[in-house]
Structures are given as structure tokens and as C-alpha cells.
Write a protein that binds this ligand. Structure first.
Ligand SMILES: [Zn+2]
Length: 170
């Protein structure tokens, strides 16, 4: 399956597609999933759900109840593309890629299946973030991937920084 991108930011689809496919590959995830990219208000955030499909209305405004197939998981990430954003483009690009690697690690986990995940305790709550096995695995996978960027990875990061700078100006 090919990546199904729903882009609600002003960053180019083509760049997001390349970033997502590349970061998926770096942590061993299959990139043929539904990814919704939205605009972050203040900080970068991401979330992954295990599923084989999701309704179109979740993916885009005005979408129907139609079921969109996805490869084991779907993802939402929120990026900083808004005007007046006073972050540093290079560090924001770096953090964005780290976020993608982290979220794709969860996707890889879901696609493998059968691994230990945290559960809600008697109080109805999940354990603290740092004690969740899926988060520990994602952190290891992300750290491992982030330690050895190739020249192409570095170039892509610079390209993202430039694209962010352009959206911040508009
Ligand atoms: Zn996580």
C-alpha cells in the first residue's frame, strides 16, 4: 500500500511525502498507512492508533463515512507551519523529524503485533509515560535511527527547515 497523506498544513505534499516515507524506512515501518498532518498551535505533537482502516471524515474536512484502508495503524502529526511562529527553523526541522521517527516506531510496533503494551490499571489510568513498554521501545528505536543520519537525511532536514521558513513568512 502507498502512503495515504491528508495534508492540512501549507507545507508541500511532495515534501511531506518524502519526509514520511524516509523516516518510516529509518525505523523499519511500512509507510502504506493513513497519515493526517495538521497545524500545531504551540508544539509538535503526534499520535498513532492501531487499526486496519479509518473513516474518511477523520482524515479530511467534509469526508464521508467511507472506510479508508491502512496498513496496521494510522497517524496524526501536528506541525508548526503558521505565520509569526518564532521558532528556529533548523531546530524545528530537527524536532519534526525526531517526532516522525518516534511515531513511525509506534507504527512499526503495531505492524509487527503481539508486543507488550501498557494497560490501564485498577484506577483506570495507564502507567506514567516513561514506564510504558511501547514508549520505551519507541524511544530506543528513535534514538538508534537518529544516531546515524545519512547525507540524504541531512539534506532533507535542511529542505524542511527552508520550507518552514517560507511558510512562516507567508
Ligand atoms: Zn510515543
Amino acid at each position: 500500500m502507498a502512503l495515504k497523506l491528508y495534508n492540512q498544513t501549507r507545507l508541500p505534499d511532495e515534501l511531506l511525502r518524502r519526509l514520511l516515507v524516509r523516516t518510516a524506512r529509518r525505523v523499519g515501518a511500512r509507510s502504506g498507512i493513513v497519515v493526517k498532518v495538521t497545524r500545531a498551535r504551540e508544539q509538535l505533537t503526534g499520535e498513532v492508533w492501531n487499526a486496519t482502516g479509518i473513516a474518511e471524515w477523520w482524515c479530511k474536512r467534509g469526508g464521508s463515512k467511507r472506510y479508508i484502508r491502512t496498513d496496521g495503524a494510522y497517524m496524526r502529526i501536528a506541525l508548526l507551519d503558521w505565520r509569526g511562529c518564532d521558532q528556529h527553523a533548523l531546530s524545528t526541522a530537527h524536532e519534526t523529524i525526531a517526532l516522525m521517527l518516534h511515531e513511525w516506531s509506534h507504527v512499526a510496533d503495531a505492524q509487527v503485533g503481539g508486543r507488550e503494551h501498557s494497560r490501564r490499571g485498577p484506577n483506570g489510568r495507564k502507567p506514567a509515560w516513561a514506564d510504558r513498554p511501547e514508549e520505551v521501545r519507541a524511544q530506543f528505536a528513535t534514538k538508534h535511527a537518529a544516531e546515524k543520519p545519512s547525507k540524504a537525511d541531512d539534506d532533507l532536514e535542511l529542505e524542511l527547515a527552508q520550507a518552514l521558513r517560507e511558510t512562516w513568512k507567508r
